[in-house]
Design a protein around this ligand. Structure first.
Ligand SMILES: [Zn+2]
Length: 268
């Protein structure tokens, strides 16, 4: 009995106390999970990945390039956060940049600033500026706390599911299963999917801004994404994918670049 009354109240309290704004874009977002908790989980996960993969040594020329790009973007982000009174948000970051010897075309940045690039990406980036496109994008996910937002959504979906389950208790089992599976599809498509695509475009935009602040020409994003497009043979239909199609992305970035370049690009 208490449950039904308590849940909406809890929602209101939680929602009011957990709205934060994404740096630079100013978008309001929901962060229900303490960032300190997310970071400690991320650091543990990071250590376990580093322990079982082939991390190239600091003396490797390509590792040095990855670290150079990372540190330049990190300093640009830190400057921006300091100047805008947001330093606290990244105070507990433990930045680290590693290159892993693996032919996977990938890179990521965990909450808290742990960045990894796979050697498989380098034939496509081909140069330091294009690497900054990718690393800027990945670092943007961490600065915008997208991981926390995704987890918060997951929690809300689960809590919503519990309320629905409660409401369906009196119905027959088959009806329940049907309703719940529809609910899951509905919550995936209506909530999780558009938001994740929204996070992708936000990371694209922030990434261009951060690389520009670090002295990398954001125009390089276009030839880079064109190279990505040419190797993306098994194109997932866009409507079901969390990533925008390369064509959509290139179009959107082309529209953004002139303004970002004028506003943020500092040639170094
Ligand atoms: Zn992304």
């Amino acid at each position: 009995m208490m449950y039904k009354i308590f849940t909406p109240l809890l929602f209101v309290v939680v929602l009011q106390s957990s709205c934060q704004r994404v740096p630079v874009t100013g978008r309001k977002q929901l962060n229900l999970v303490p960032n300190s908790l997310i970071q400690s989980m991320a650091f543990a996960e990071y250590d376990s990945i580093i322990n079982v993969t082939h991390v190239l040594p600091a003396s490797n020329a390509q590792t040095q390039m990855v670290r150079n790009v990372g540190i330049r973007i990190q300093h640009a982000v830190e400057n921006y956060m300091n100047q805008n009174g947001l330093a606290k948000q990244i105070r507990d970051f433990k930045w680290e940049y590693n290159l892993i010897d693996d032919k996977t075309i990938n890179a990521w940045c965990m909450p808290g600033g742990k960045v990894v690039v796979y050697t498989g990406l380098l034939p496509i980036t081909q140069n330091e500026t294009a690497l900054a496109v990718v690393m800027g994008h990945e670092i943007a996910h961490a600065i915008a706390r997208h991981g926390n937002e995704r987890m918060s959504e997951g929690l809300l979906i689960q809590m919503g599911g519990l309320v629905l389950e409660e409401a369906l208790k009196e119905k027959k089992q088959e009806t329940q299963v049907l309703f719940l599976s529809l609910y899951m599809v509905g919550s995936n498509l209506a909530l999780a999917l558009p938001n994740s695509r929204m996070q992708e475009s936000e990371a694209d935009k922030l990434g261009l801004i951060f690389m520009s602040m670090a002295g990398y020409d954001p125009s390089e994003a276009i030839p880079f994404w064109q190279r990505m497009a040419s190797i993306n043979k098994n194109n997932t239909p866009e409507f079901l994918s969390t990533h925008p199609s390369d064509e959509t992305r290139i179009k959107r970035l082309s529209a953004l670049i002139p303004e970002i370049k004028e506003k943020y690009y500092v040639q170094k």
